[in-house]
Design a protein around this ligand. Sequence first.
Ligand SMILES: Nc1ncnc2c1ncn2[C@@H]1O[C@H](COP(=O)(O)OP(=O)(O)O)[C@@H](O)[C@H]1O
Ligand SMILES: NC(=O)OP(=O)(O)O
Length: 314
Amino acid sequence: MTKRKIVVALGGNAILSKDASSEAQQAALRTTAKYLVKFVEQGDDLIISHGNGPQVGNLLLQQAAGSTEKNPAMPLDTAVAMTQGSIGYWMQNALDEELAAAGITKDVATVVTQVEVDPKDGAFTSPTKPIGPFYNQAEAEKLQKDHPEYTYVEDAGRGYRRVVPSPKPIGVNEYRVVDTLVGAGVIPISVGGGGVPVVREGNRLVGREAVIDKDFASEKLAELVHADLLIILTAVDNIYVNFNKPDQKKLEHVSIQELEDYEKDNQFAKGSMLPKVQAAVDFVKNSSHGQAVVTSLENIGEFLENGQGTIISK
Ligand SMILES: Nc1ncnc2c1ncn2[C@@H]1O[C@H](COP(=O)(O)OP(=O)(O)O)[C@@H](O)[C@H]1O
Ligand SMILES: NC(=O)OP(=O)(O)O
């Protein structure tokens, strides 16, 4: 098997399910690391990215609760950088342990990554990215009254959450560093939480209060480092059409044209499967030879051994 350069984007369930304590998130990441080591065992070069929606929202709440004039709460761009650090630390620690258990000598390093966005991106005036905890309707209504500057919306029938702007990534400032690390045999963790959103002002990169979708940021990074594969890991083994209906159909090998047709047919839920499908299609379209895969962590073994999962090609 030839050595491949793979960008792996980790879904929310790879880090946090119900318990938001650091112990529980670290335990989940140790399980995640066991799966990811399978790629390393077969000689692939990995670049890992991850989400931060629950974590960055929780961090903002902690910041607000403890803030004083002398110890002010940090803005959202800085909070994103803080979650890159904390989740990166947990992921490095978990991978170090699992690589050692597998007898593999390889370093892992987190790169605080700034992702460029367009200051005129319409997302800045139309927040859509859910962050932090879920609320019931009464709680959300009270929060909305107390914080008219924030937006709370219903999130896919699961409760209410605060939403923030989520502009599209147009560049990854540290992509060359990431590629250099891969070339040196290191496993980089990059564009965590979609990357810190920044806009270019001359020679300066200036932070913006937003949370970029990690699937789109991972796609941009995969393009820039000329990855062979973009693997988007989530809670399902495959993308489906007629998802959760009696006639649901699993997609196995699918072309970008077919996926675009299904997208026009509204087959993919906004804010959950749709960004993954769009990121996968963009990567395959914009790379000379790349493929994209959407599957679950638990299915990695089946993907590696039998090609199971949804595999998207030109
Ligand atoms: N057409 C579809 N095919 C498969 N899953 C879908 C589809 N539409 C919506 N989903 C849901 O989208 C989820 C993935 O989105 P989400 O949980 O937001 O992602 P993440 O894993 O990045 O946190 C899947 O676990 C599944 O429940
Ligand atoms: N930044 C981001 O996309 O996070 P989630 O995947 O947790 O929503």
